[in-house]
Design a protein around this ligand. Structure first.
Ligand code: ADP
Ligand code: MG
Length: 251
Protein backbone atom coordinates (compact mmCIF):
# COMPACT_ATOMS: atom_id res chain seq x y z
CA UNK A 1 0.00 0.00 0.00
CA UNK A 2 1.37 3.38 -1.01
CA UNK A 3 0.21 6.04 1.46
CA UNK A 4 1.10 9.00 -0.78
CA UNK A 5 -0.76 7.69 -3.85
CA UNK A 6 -4.40 8.68 -4.37
CA UNK A 7 -6.85 6.12 -3.01
CA UNK A 8 -8.21 5.50 -6.50
CA UNK A 9 -6.84 6.50 -9.88
CA UNK A 10 -8.39 5.50 -13.20
CA UNK A 11 -6.84 6.34 -16.55
CA UNK A 12 -8.09 5.55 -20.05
CA UNK A 13 -10.55 3.06 -18.66
CA UNK A 14 -12.97 1.37 -21.05
CA UNK A 15 -15.59 -1.33 -20.76
CA UNK A 16 -17.17 -3.12 -23.70
CA UNK A 17 -19.96 -5.67 -23.27
CA UNK A 18 -20.40 -8.29 -25.99
CA UNK A 19 -23.84 -9.84 -26.33
CA UNK A 20 -25.42 -11.55 -29.37
CA UNK A 21 -23.29 -9.82 -31.98
CA UNK A 22 -23.87 -6.53 -30.16
CA UNK A 23 -21.07 -4.44 -28.75
CA UNK A 24 -21.94 -1.96 -26.04
CA UNK A 25 -19.30 0.58 -25.16
CA UNK A 26 -20.46 1.16 -21.59
CA UNK A 27 -17.35 3.16 -20.61
CA UNK A 28 -14.92 5.00 -22.89
CA UNK A 29 -11.63 6.53 -21.84
CA UNK A 30 -12.66 7.28 -18.25
CA UNK A 31 -10.21 9.08 -15.96
CA UNK A 32 -11.08 9.60 -12.31
CA UNK A 33 -9.22 10.25 -9.09
CA UNK A 34 -10.69 9.73 -5.63
CA UNK A 35 -8.75 10.68 -2.51
CA UNK A 36 -9.23 9.37 1.00
CA UNK A 37 -11.97 11.38 2.71
CA UNK A 38 -13.72 12.39 -0.53
CA UNK A 39 -17.46 12.25 -1.02
CA UNK A 40 -18.02 11.87 -4.76
CA UNK A 41 -21.39 11.68 -6.50
CA UNK A 42 -21.57 10.15 -9.97
CA UNK A 43 -24.60 11.31 -11.88
CA UNK A 44 -26.06 11.10 -15.37
CA UNK A 45 -29.02 9.66 -17.26
CA UNK A 46 -30.06 6.03 -17.23
CA UNK A 47 -27.73 3.80 -19.27
CA UNK A 48 -24.77 6.23 -19.27
CA UNK A 49 -22.50 3.74 -17.45
CA UNK A 50 -22.75 4.71 -13.77
CA UNK A 51 -23.33 1.21 -12.42
CA UNK A 52 -20.68 -0.22 -14.74
CA UNK A 53 -18.17 2.28 -13.42
CA UNK A 54 -19.08 1.50 -9.82
CA UNK A 55 -18.74 -2.26 -10.41
CA UNK A 56 -15.27 -1.73 -11.79
CA UNK A 57 -14.32 0.60 -8.92
CA UNK A 58 -15.56 -2.08 -6.53
CA UNK A 59 -13.65 -4.84 -8.33
CA UNK A 60 -16.84 -6.74 -9.05
CA UNK A 61 -16.04 -6.55 -12.75
CA UNK A 62 -12.80 -6.10 -14.69
CA UNK A 63 -12.35 -3.23 -17.16
CA UNK A 64 -11.80 -4.09 -20.82
CA UNK A 65 -8.76 -1.82 -20.97
CA UNK A 66 -7.10 1.03 -19.11
CA UNK A 67 -5.43 1.57 -15.78
CA UNK A 68 -6.89 1.22 -12.30
CA UNK A 69 -4.64 1.85 -9.31
CA UNK A 70 -5.93 1.35 -5.77
CA UNK A 71 -3.59 2.75 -3.10
CA UNK A 72 -1.07 3.04 -5.94
CA UNK A 73 -1.26 -0.67 -6.68
CA UNK A 74 -2.30 -1.78 -10.17
CA UNK A 75 -5.48 -3.85 -9.81
CA UNK A 76 -6.68 -3.78 -13.45
CA UNK A 77 -4.95 -7.03 -14.35
CA UNK A 78 -6.12 -9.12 -11.39
CA UNK A 79 -8.11 -12.29 -11.97
CA UNK A 80 -11.45 -12.90 -10.25
CA UNK A 81 -9.80 -14.37 -7.15
CA UNK A 82 -7.38 -11.50 -6.76
CA UNK A 83 -10.21 -9.02 -7.17
CA UNK A 84 -12.32 -10.83 -4.56
CA UNK A 85 -9.49 -10.76 -2.04
CA UNK A 86 -8.97 -7.01 -2.37
CA UNK A 87 -12.71 -6.34 -2.56
CA UNK A 88 -13.36 -8.13 0.73
CA UNK A 89 -10.71 -6.11 2.50
CA UNK A 90 -11.09 -2.67 0.93
CA UNK A 91 -14.57 -2.14 -0.47
CA UNK A 92 -18.00 -1.72 1.11
CA UNK A 93 -21.07 -1.86 -1.16
CA UNK A 94 -24.53 -0.42 -0.77
CA UNK A 95 -27.17 -1.32 -3.37
CA UNK A 96 -30.46 0.24 -4.35
CA UNK A 97 -32.33 -2.96 -3.40
CA UNK A 98 -30.50 -3.33 -0.01
CA UNK A 99 -29.59 -6.98 -0.84
CA UNK A 100 -29.96 -8.24 2.74
CA UNK A 101 -30.45 -11.97 3.26
CA UNK A 102 -34.06 -12.53 4.29
CA UNK A 103 -33.56 -15.49 6.62
CA UNK A 104 -30.64 -14.00 8.52
CA UNK A 105 -31.25 -11.57 11.38
CA UNK A 106 -29.96 -8.00 11.26
CA UNK A 107 -26.88 -8.88 13.30
CA UNK A 108 -26.19 -11.99 11.20
CA UNK A 109 -26.46 -9.98 7.99
CA UNK A 110 -24.04 -7.37 9.28
CA UNK A 111 -21.60 -10.00 10.57
CA UNK A 112 -21.48 -11.82 7.24
CA UNK A 113 -18.50 -10.00 5.63
CA UNK A 114 -16.40 -10.68 8.74
CA UNK A 115 -17.14 -14.39 8.80
CA UNK A 116 -15.18 -14.68 5.52
CA UNK A 117 -12.11 -13.25 7.21
CA UNK A 118 -9.72 -15.55 8.92
CA UNK A 119 -8.53 -14.86 12.42
CA UNK A 120 -11.51 -12.85 13.63
CA UNK A 121 -12.88 -14.26 16.89
CA UNK A 122 -16.61 -14.51 17.59
CA UNK A 123 -16.29 -11.95 20.33
CA UNK A 124 -14.49 -9.49 18.01
CA UNK A 125 -17.22 -9.96 15.42
CA UNK A 126 -19.98 -9.45 18.01
CA UNK A 127 -18.38 -6.23 19.23
CA UNK A 128 -17.72 -4.83 15.77
CA UNK A 129 -21.28 -5.62 14.64
CA UNK A 130 -22.66 -3.79 17.66
CA UNK A 131 -20.38 -0.83 16.97
CA UNK A 132 -21.57 -0.37 13.37
CA UNK A 133 -25.21 -0.98 14.28
CA UNK A 134 -24.87 1.80 16.83
CA UNK A 135 -23.35 4.03 14.18
CA UNK A 136 -26.39 3.60 11.92
CA UNK A 137 -28.89 3.68 14.80
CA UNK A 138 -30.12 0.10 14.40
CA UNK A 139 -28.96 -1.69 17.57
CA UNK A 140 -32.53 -1.90 18.83
CA UNK A 141 -33.44 -4.03 15.80
CA UNK A 142 -30.49 -6.42 15.84
CA UNK A 143 -32.63 -9.53 16.43
CA UNK A 144 -35.16 -8.57 13.78
CA UNK A 145 -35.28 -9.94 10.25
CA UNK A 146 -35.10 -7.72 7.13
CA UNK A 147 -38.78 -8.33 6.33
CA UNK A 148 -39.74 -6.78 9.67
CA UNK A 149 -38.01 -3.49 8.86
CA UNK A 150 -38.94 -0.46 6.77
CA UNK A 151 -36.96 0.21 3.60
CA UNK A 152 -35.04 2.99 5.29
CA UNK A 153 -34.14 0.72 8.20
CA UNK A 154 -33.05 -2.04 5.81
CA UNK A 155 -30.77 0.38 4.01
CA UNK A 156 -29.27 1.46 7.36
CA UNK A 157 -28.52 -2.19 8.08
CA UNK A 158 -26.98 -2.53 4.60
CA UNK A 159 -24.79 0.50 5.38
CA UNK A 160 -23.69 -1.20 8.61
CA UNK A 161 -22.86 -4.36 6.68
CA UNK A 162 -20.82 -2.31 4.19
CA UNK A 163 -18.92 -0.64 7.04
CA UNK A 164 -18.28 -3.63 9.26
CA UNK A 165 -15.01 -4.65 7.59
CA UNK A 166 -13.63 -1.12 7.86
CA UNK A 167 -13.28 -0.62 4.08
CA UNK A 168 -11.14 2.06 2.43
CA UNK A 169 -14.17 3.25 0.45
CA UNK A 170 -17.94 2.88 0.52
CA UNK A 171 -19.56 2.51 -2.91
CA UNK A 172 -23.30 3.15 -3.12
CA UNK A 173 -25.40 2.55 -6.25
CA UNK A 174 -28.62 4.60 -6.06
CA UNK A 175 -28.81 4.06 -2.28
CA UNK A 176 -32.03 6.10 -2.01
CA UNK A 177 -33.58 4.78 -5.24
CA UNK A 178 -36.01 2.37 -3.54
CA UNK A 179 -36.96 4.70 -0.71
CA UNK A 180 -39.70 7.29 -0.25
CA UNK A 181 -38.50 10.85 0.24
CA UNK A 182 -38.46 10.69 4.05
CA UNK A 183 -36.45 7.47 4.22
CA UNK A 184 -34.26 8.61 1.33
CA UNK A 185 -33.47 11.78 3.24
CA UNK A 186 -32.59 9.85 6.38
CA UNK A 187 -30.22 7.52 4.52
CA UNK A 188 -28.68 10.55 2.78
CA UNK A 189 -28.12 12.17 6.19
CA UNK A 190 -26.46 8.99 7.41
CA UNK A 191 -24.06 9.06 4.43
CA UNK A 192 -23.27 12.73 5.10
CA UNK A 193 -22.59 11.94 8.73
CA UNK A 194 -20.24 9.10 7.71
CA UNK A 195 -18.39 11.46 5.39
CA UNK A 196 -18.00 14.03 8.15
CA UNK A 197 -16.41 11.40 10.37
CA UNK A 198 -13.86 10.43 7.73
CA UNK A 199 -15.47 7.76 5.57
CA UNK A 200 -14.61 7.92 1.85
CA UNK A 201 -17.76 7.64 -0.26
CA UNK A 202 -18.62 7.30 -3.92
CA UNK A 203 -22.35 7.40 -4.62
CA UNK A 204 -24.17 6.89 -7.91
CA UNK A 205 -27.43 8.78 -8.15
CA UNK A 206 -29.59 10.24 -10.85
CA UNK A 207 -31.23 12.52 -8.29
CA UNK A 208 -29.57 15.90 -8.84
CA UNK A 209 -30.58 17.18 -5.40
CA UNK A 210 -28.84 14.29 -3.67
CA UNK A 211 -25.80 14.61 -5.97
CA UNK A 212 -25.37 18.25 -4.96
CA UNK A 213 -24.92 17.21 -1.34
CA UNK A 214 -21.67 15.42 -2.17
CA UNK A 215 -18.38 17.27 -2.11
CA UNK A 216 -17.69 16.57 -5.80
CA UNK A 217 -20.04 15.75 -8.67
CA UNK A 218 -18.86 13.64 -11.59
CA UNK A 219 -21.15 13.96 -14.61
CA UNK A 220 -21.45 11.08 -17.07
CA UNK A 221 -22.95 10.91 -20.56
CA UNK A 222 -22.73 7.98 -22.98
CA UNK A 223 -19.98 6.20 -21.07
CA UNK A 224 -17.77 9.25 -20.64
CA UNK A 225 -17.04 11.66 -17.85
CA UNK A 226 -17.82 15.20 -18.98
CA UNK A 227 -17.49 18.56 -17.27
CA UNK A 228 -20.58 20.26 -15.93
CA UNK A 229 -20.94 22.77 -18.80
CA UNK A 230 -20.67 20.06 -21.45
CA UNK A 231 -23.14 17.99 -19.46
CA UNK A 232 -25.70 20.81 -19.38
CA UNK A 233 -25.21 21.69 -23.06
CA UNK A 234 -25.43 18.10 -24.33
CA UNK A 235 -28.37 17.20 -22.21
CA UNK A 236 -30.29 20.16 -23.62
CA UNK A 237 -29.27 19.28 -27.18
CA UNK A 238 -30.27 15.69 -26.64
CA UNK A 239 -33.21 16.65 -24.47
CA UNK A 240 -32.17 14.17 -21.80
CA UNK A 241 -34.28 14.50 -18.70
CA UNK A 242 -31.94 14.89 -15.74
CA UNK A 243 -32.76 14.64 -12.93
CA UNK A 244 -35.12 11.77 -13.43
CA UNK A 245 -37.36 10.45 -10.75
CA UNK A 246 -35.41 7.98 -8.65
CA UNK A 247 -37.21 4.82 -9.63
CA UNK A 248 -35.91 1.41 -10.60
CA UNK A 249 -35.12 2.61 -14.13
CA UNK A 250 -31.67 1.71 -15.33
CA UNK A 251 -30.29 1.14 -11.90
P1 ADP B 1 -26.48 3.25 -15.58
O1 ADP B 1 -26.14 2.61 -14.28
O2 ADP B 1 -25.90 4.59 -15.77
O3 ADP B 1 -27.96 3.26 -15.83
P2 ADP B 1 -25.18 0.91 -16.73
O4 ADP B 1 -23.78 1.03 -16.27
O5 ADP B 1 -26.05 -0.06 -16.01
O6 ADP B 1 -25.85 2.35 -16.77
O7 ADP B 1 -25.18 0.50 -18.27
C1 ADP B 1 -24.39 1.16 -19.25
C2 ADP B 1 -24.60 0.48 -20.60
O8 ADP B 1 -24.03 -0.83 -20.58
C3 ADP B 1 -26.05 0.29 -20.98
O9 ADP B 1 -26.17 0.45 -22.37
C4 ADP B 1 -26.33 -1.14 -20.58
O10 ADP B 1 -27.36 -1.69 -21.34
C5 ADP B 1 -25.00 -1.81 -20.84
N1 ADP B 1 -24.75 -2.94 -19.93
C6 ADP B 1 -24.61 -2.90 -18.59
N2 ADP B 1 -24.34 -4.11 -18.07
C7 ADP B 1 -24.31 -4.96 -19.13
C8 ADP B 1 -24.09 -6.38 -19.28
N3 ADP B 1 -23.81 -7.15 -18.21
N4 ADP B 1 -24.13 -6.90 -20.52
C9 ADP B 1 -24.38 -6.13 -21.61
N5 ADP B 1 -24.62 -4.80 -21.55
C10 ADP B 1 -24.57 -4.22 -20.34
MG1 MG C 1 -27.33 1.93 -12.73
Amino acid sequence: MNETAPLIQLEGLSKVFHTDEMETHALSDVALRIDAGDFVAITGPSGCGKSTLLSILGLLDPASSGRYALHGKDVAQLDARGRARIRNGQIGFIFQAFNLIADLSVEENVALPLTYREGTSREDIRQRVREVLELVGMVHRQRHYPGQLSGGQQQRVAVARALVGNPAILLADEPTGNLDSRNGESVMQLLEQLHETGTTLCMVTHDAAFARRAQRIVHMLDGRIVDEDTFERLRHEKDIAVPMVASGVGA
